[in-house]
Ligand binder design. Structure first.
Ligand code: ADE
Length: 276
């Protein structure tokens, strides 16, 4: 049985377990770049398990079959997925005695967003189930799945890419994964605002100058400018997010101007006018 697991030095904050027919695809992508570095350093771990290894069919390791009632395509069968899940669940519960969440990546799920990513990032272990062919036998889904999640309203050939998208977004919220903790705090979608525009050297490029406020060294003014740009950008590019932000940040009512007390002379002249 081939279990793909990356080496690590300490107990990771988050263990990702992926049930898939293509473990090499998952491990190839996640072991590079930031997720790869984080797993080398031991902040996260990836454990991609081949569902085929749990097939009862010793000869062909079959994992799919025809759909009852007819219809095109093959369906992933319940048994190999369930046995694969049990093996993972038992190994997780030995360490934590907590039942792990199982995310089935499917276009029929709730659409993934930053809030879901931070919610999932609180778990110690997450199991992803990647479907293929025409889907998965409903009975095993009913038995094991806690969350049905999609990455958007389009259909991909399998669940591996969506699982990797979610794992990437969740990983970067795990402590230690990003070098600079701050960058996770200020980026797009925090408080429903998109990130402000950013500039690096040179100060002028193709006739375009860096906004002078960013060179001023006045941090308060820079923060105000960035917030203003974030709001502008969100309003223009993502009016749906802007509406949400507005609900949480309603404009402050303008302070009523206090009427200046009239001098006795002014009051007298008003009274005289009224008499006329
Ligand atoms: N599997 C196929 N398409 C998908 C999508 N859009 N989201 C999640 N899983 C999928």
């Amino acid at each position: 049985m081939a279990i793909f697991i990356l080496e690590r030095s300490v107990e990771p904050f988050m263990n990702f377990h992926i049930m898939t027919l293509f473990p090499e695809m998952i491990m190839g992508a996640l072991s590079s770049s930031i997720t790869g570095r984080a797993s080398d350093k031991g902040y996260i771990s990836f454990n991609a398990v081949n569902i085929r290894d749990y097939s009862n069919d010793n000869k062909h390791h079959k994992v799919d079959d025809y759909t009852y009632g007819g219809g095109a395509g093959m369906l992933m069968q319940a048994q190999p997925i369930y046995d694969c899940y049990l093996a993972l669940k038992n190994s997780i519960e030995e360490k934590t005695d907590r039942k792990p969440r199982v995310i089935y990546v499917t276009p029929q799920g709730s659409v993934f967003n930053q809030k879901m990513a931070s919610d999932f990032a609180k778990e110690d272990d997450l199991i992803f189930l990647c479907g293929h062919y025409e889907g998965v036998d409903e009975r095993v889904l009913e038995e094991i799945v806690t969350d049905y999640v999609s990455i958007g309203d389009y259909v991909l050939t399998g669940g591996e890419l969506p699982a990797m998208v979610m794992i990437d977004a969740i990983s970067r919220l795990v402590p230690g994964v990003l070098n600079n903790d701050e960058s996770a705090m200020t980026e797009s979608f925090n408080n429903n605002l998109l990130e402000y525009p950013q500039y690096s050297r040179p100060e002028e490029w193709m006739g375009k100058k860096v906004p002078p406020i960013l060179l001023s060294g006045d941090h308060k003014k820079v923060d105000e400018w960035r917030l203003e740009k974030s709001i502008e950008r969100t309003k223009e590019r993502r009016p749906d997010l802007y509406e949400k932000w507005l609900l949480e940040n309603p404009p402050k009512p303008e302070k009523k101007k206090r009427r200046k007390k009239k001098t006795t002379q002014e009051a007298e002249s008003v009274n005289l006018e009224n008499l006329e």
